[in-house]
Structure formats: structure tokens, C-alpha cells
Design a protein around this ligand. Sequence first.
Ligand code: NA7
Length: 548
Amino acid sequence: MSNTTLAETGHALATSAGFDYDALVIGAGMSGMYQLIRLRQLGLRARVFEAGTGVGGTWYWNRYPGARFDSESYSYGYSFDEELLQEWNWSEHFAPQPETLRYLNRVADKYDLHRDIQFEARVASAWYDDATRGWTVTLEDGSRYRSRFLITAIGVLSTPTLPRIEGIDSFRGQSWHTARWPKEPVDFTGKRVAVIGTGATGVQTIQEVAKTAAHLTIFQRTPNWCAPLHNRPITEEEQQRIKASYPEIFRRCQETFSCFLHTADPRGTFEVTPEEREAFYEELYASPGFGIWVGNFRDMLTDPAANREISDFVARKIRQRVKDPKVAEMLIPKNHGFGTRRLPLETRYYEVYNQDNVTLVDSTATPIERITPAGIKTSATEYEFDIIVYATGFDALTGAFDRIDIRGQDGRRLKEAWAGGARTFMGMMVDGFPNMLMLLGPHTALGNIPRSIEYNVDWVTALLRHMQEHGLTRADARPEAVQAWAEHVKSCAQGLLTFEVDSWMTGVNRNVEGKQTRTIARYAGSAPAYRAWCDEVAAGGYRELLLD
Ligand code: NA7
């Protein structure tokens, strides 16, 4: 079938049922943008609803100082447009947020995406109706749209959470969550600043704020293991080499466990001599990016003794870098091993604690009791601040879904269907929620996110094309397929030290009701294994779906 015929078929299907659109997409981040391009290529009428005033999702919202990639820039951009790859020059190996946002705006301009995106449009509800085999989406302003397909592109870390402490609104100074940062730059010069939280975001923020603040006080509840990013500008010669090797770069990302350029060393920690081990750790610590996390010995996250070796190595580094031994000990995690939580990458983060204008507060020993008009009151003392920064994370993975009233067949609420933990088919579909397709839904392979996004979008697009070609109007996951996927997800988590630790990756957020205990919130299999499963479903003619 030619594209024109497909387009005509698509339109006929939609208009006959009285829909406004063939597909409604929620979110204009990297996944929503790419999905829109693919929907247009299918000839479908699509509309994207975006809560922000611009495209970019994560890179639109997270404007906090110091925000940047931890993935190599050239492994992160879209891979589908060779012309764009050759045109765009990343300035640094790990690009800062403003550059990434510029890049995404360039993509939006090139494809004229704005004409199909409705900004400042937050979706309140999405209800499925089996009589029409379609979805009704209602925005917060009350406007309603009907469509055959609903595609969620709402991100995994897009719903910021504030601490559950009293008085947040009473603070007289300025305060922001890092993911709701103002568009105008914030000047910290001469200011007394507090940062609450020391995850990947807190670490990036702290490094930057410490440069200019009169005094910076960091409230750390749990220290995280961090490792050097080793960022630097991309030289002209490197730029040429990168552009010439894009096919190779993306091929490598396809082959590795989590789509990064780095891949685990095939050796076990104790298969080498202690000297070789130390030399390898030194090499990793001196290398850019996530190598020390995902390119380490293959047993680092499965063998507690192996994990102890690398943890001891990094602890020694922290002790070398932080002058005050007491502060160094505060910064060394004692309740989890290296790499068992998301590894923040840093640039002179530990050296910040050697500065006279920086104080580290242990928020486990002396918890924050309340925010006061003047600052922060802990169980030990009261502090005064001009600015409070909440680097307190997100209601991850399912949070963005929970905030929309999503109802499937027979009015069943998604939130209720997931009350005992999210259950999906390959992270893209949920049984009982026909024609709802999720990009980066729970239990999708994550890793280097854009690589997973492109795969998800292409899979969804292929399914839609299949439905067009066969005149099908309803796709639902079979319950047994969801069950099989749930079992696979569970089996992938077995034996991993990561699942013995509280973090957003194990579904824990102490600031969110119902997220106090660990779950298998994340798909821990490899990206190639994930893709193999999804490819097989498509190649087999979607037998795991109810299609009619
Ligand atoms: P994270 O990694 O979830 O970190 C949130 C931080 O906020 C973490 O250090 C929390 O401590 C801390 N937190 C939360 N509430 C409080 C209170 N009440 N008091 C003190 N400290 C608190 O979020 P990020 O934004 O850094 O990173 C999320 C992901 O975004 C990251 O992994 C990247 O993939 C991008 P806790 O550890 O809970 O003790």
C-alpha cells in the first residue's frame, strides 16, 4: 500500500466514528515529538497536548543550574534523521540543558511540529468508550477531544515531588523544585541558599550554586555514590569524527545492555589480581561518563563481595578528595553499595565540601521538621535562607499516569488496575485499556532514554500501520501476555543488588503516599532482550494482542 492509500484508510476509519483525531498524544517531550513525526508519516491526524509552553519535556522543565547529560551527547540525540545528525554540532561531550533544549526546538522547527501541538494544555482525564472504540480526552480547561488512539508520552521522571513537611508555602524567600525552575536565570550571588536532596539533580545543582552563593547549606538524608563525569568541549576534529561515525555509534548503542556506549567488562571482579582490579578501577574513575557504572566488572551488581570492592575503592577516593574526615564519612554511603542506585556523575562535587561557604547537614540525624518563613527548622536548629532549592525528585515511572484520570473498558481506572504495582505488556500496553499505547510506560527498557524512545515509537507506529492495513480498529493486550511479561520482568530482577535498595528505581518515594515499600518498578533486563521480545510479537503478527 502506498502512503496515500494508508492515509485515506486512516481518515476514513476516524471520521466514520466521528472522531476529532486519529491519535491524541499526551506530552511534547522527546517521545511525543518523534511520535508526532511518525503519525504524520502514516497519514494520521494527530494532536499533541503539552502542559508547558514549549517542546522538550525533561529538557524544557529541568532548567536548574548545572543540568546536563550524563549520556554522551552524540549517543543521546535522535538517530532517525541523518541530515540533522550532520547539521547539529554538540559543543560538549555531555551537553548542558540549554543546548539540548535548543536542539529539540531545532527538531520541532525542522518538522514544523508546533502546528499540531497545543501548549499549556494539561490533560485531566482520558476515558475509553468501547461503543466507538475510541478515547475522549478532557483538558483541565474543560475542552474535549475524541480520538481512536491515545498515546501517552508523559515521561518517567516528570512529576516532581516536594518533601512532606509543613510550612513550604510559608517561606518568605524564593524557592523552587529543580524541575519547575524559572525561565529567567537565578542569581545566587551573595545569597544564603539551601539545597534539599542529593540525588543526580541535587549533585548537579550543588556544584553550580556553590560557585557564587554567599553560603550554601546542603540537607542530605542519604548520601549517594557519585563518580566524575570528565566532561570537556568537543574539538573540531572530534566533531568530524563523531559525524562520520554515527552509524557505528548507534549500532553500539543497539548492542549494549542499556543503550549507552559503555558495556560491562566480561571479567568477574575476582578473576583478576588485586593490582589489575585496582588499575581497572582507576582507569574507569578517570574515564568520562557511565563507564564506571555500566562498564565495570560484570558481577558488580550481583555479587555483594564484588560490589564491596568497588565501593571501598570509591570510598577511598571520597576520603582523598574531601579534606575534613568527618564530612567525608558523611558523604560515603553506608546503607547501599556503589551503583545500586542511579549513579550521579559529578564535576568537582566532593571539592565543594572543602569550600568555606558550604555546610553539609545530615538530615537523617537531624531531620527537617518544617519550613519556616525565614528558612528551615531541623530537630537540632533553625537556619535562615534567601533561597531554598528542592532537589527532591519525582513520583517516578507511574506518577504521571496517576495524575490523569485514565479509564479503560467498563470505566476501570488505571490507578486501580495498578494499585498492586504496574502491570503492562512490554511497557506499551495495558489489558483492558484498548487503543492506549504508552511510550516509556512502566516496565519498558530505559537506560539511554532516547534510544528506548525511538524503539518504542517505531514499534507503536508499526502496530498502527498494521491496523490500518488490515482495517482494524481495536488493539488490546491479552491478559495472559501481560502475565507473561510480568513474570519476565520479575525474573530479570532476581539476584540484582539494585532491588535490595530504596530508590525511585525500586518504586520508593517517601514523599508519596503508597510508595514506601520496594517493588519491581523497573525493567532490569537488557535492551536487546527487550527489543527481541517486542520484535517477536510484531513478527508473529501480534498474536499476544486482541485485534479486531
Ligand atoms: P532522586 O534521585 O529521587 O533524589 C531525591 C533526593 O531528595 C534524595 O537525595 C532524597 O533523599 C532527597 N529528599 C527527598 N525528600 C527529602 C526530605 N524530606 N528531606 C531530605 N531529603 C529529601 O531525584 P533526582 O531529581 O536527583 O534524580 C531523579 C532522576 O532524574 C535521576 O536518577 C536521573 O535519572 C534524572 P533520600 O535518598 O530519599 O533519603
